[in-house]
Structures are given as C-alpha cells and as structure tokens.
Design a protein around this ligand. Sequence first.
Ligand SMILES: Nc1ncnc2c1ncn2[C@@H]1O[C@H](COP(=O)(O)OP(=O)(O)OP(=O)(O)O)[C@@H](O)[C@H]1O
Ligand SMILES: [Mg+2]
Length: 223
Amino acid sequence: MPDSVLRAAGLVRSYASPAGPLCVLNGVSLDVRAGESVSVRGSSGSGKTTLLQILGGLDQPDAGVVEVLLPGLGLCPPRLALGRGVGFVFQNYQLMPELTAQENVALAARIAGIDAAEAARRAGELLGQVGLSARADHLPSKLSGGECQRVALARALVNRPPVLLADEPTGNLDERTAEEVMSLMLGVVATLGTALVLVTHSREFAERASRRYVLSGGVLSPA
Ligand SMILES: Nc1ncnc2c1ncn2[C@@H]1O[C@H](COP(=O)(O)OP(=O)(O)OP(=O)(O)O)[C@@H](O)[C@H]1O
Ligand SMILES: [Mg+2]
C-alpha cells in the first residue's frame, strides 16, 4: 500500500458565536495515501473549508494532529511544509492581480526558495501542462475564470507537493468550464502522482474521486 502523504487524527475545531461555541469539527480523522484522490461533500456551513484549512496548516485545530509528507523529511506539521507539502486551489483563484500568469506561478516557487531561473522554467512547464503556454504573459484580468483556475492549479503544483487541497475549485465556473477544469485537474494530478483532497458540492465530481466522504455534524463519514 502506498505511504501516507497526509494524516489527520481526532481534529476538533470550534468557533465562538453569540449562542456559545459552535463545534464545526468534532473528531475528524483522515489518512490520504500517495497518489489517491479523496472527495469531501457536505452542506454549506458543514465545515469543509475549515477542515481543508487545518489540513493545509492555514488554521490550527483545538485538538487533534495533522501531519503532511515533506519529501526527504517525512511526515511533519503542515505549517513547516507550507508551499511544499501541500498545494492549495481556492474557489476564487486568489491570483495576484498585478502579476502575469507566468509570474504568479513562478512566485510560489520563489517563496519556497527555488532560484529564479528554475522557478521560471517550472512555471513555463506547468503552464504548458494546463494548456496555457500562449497566455503565460497575460494578467489575470485578461483571462477567463477557467483560465485563472488553470493558472492557480499550475501555481499549486509548482513546488511538487505530494498533496493538492482543492476547495470548491469549480464553484465559480459554468457547467462546461467546470467539467474542463475538473478533468484537467484530475488528469494533471494523476500524471504527477499528486494526491488530491477535493471539496465539492457536485455529486458528479465527488464520484470521480477514488474515496468519497461526507462531512456532517462535525463528523467525516464514508459516502
Ligand atoms: N473564523 C470564523 N469565525 C466564526 N465562525 C466561523 C469562522 N469560519 C467559519 N465559521 C463558521 O463555521 C461553520 C463552517 O464554515 P466553513 O466555511 O468551514 O463551511 P463550508 O462547509 O466550507 O461551507 P460552504 O459550503 O458554504 O463553503 C459555518 O457555520 C461558519 O459560519
Ligand atoms: Mg467552504
């Protein structure tokens, strides 16, 4: 069986609310193995984004442990692996508006300590893999939503993370573009051997993952 690239055990997360603590995650555990795809569905407010942010080290749980694989180092807390252990794709792309597609992708590599020439080379290669070589010098404002999300996918993968976390990556796209972006994402992660944790409201896209879960009442259960 392939090794784990992401492990979470006993995650608990509550938020303060006027009515008292709101328990969003109540003992969530998940083990993602190299190259596999996992989908998470759940109604709005069920805690999917909270879970992904904790898995990626952007938020801390109140209790529980998360570890992600850092190539060469083994399983580490995600905050140590940021940008290298996990890649993120967000619903609203989160590109830097003043940078071109090429610069957006290369910047993520530069932040992870890759030298400028290698960052540019990787960015060019990944933009080719997502079919955007001809748009590499365009600013996000000159790209369609589907193209912006393809740039964001290239950026998320530029540091060759063992796992990609995608939070409703097709939520802002029309049906046809959503299908194109989803097929591209599944194809690219399969080619690179990257594991995927996909949060989606789409039953159809969720079905395309090799393992499927539903988050409800703070608990993650097989779908
Ligand atoms: N920083 C915060 N402070 C207080 N409450 C929060 C905070 N972030 C999220 N929540 C609450 O936690 C719950 C889960 O939010 P979360 O964004 O994780 O849900 P979600 O499943 O991603 O929803 P959606 O499908 O709408 O994106 C919601 O009730 C939300 O209002
Ligand atoms: Mg969300």
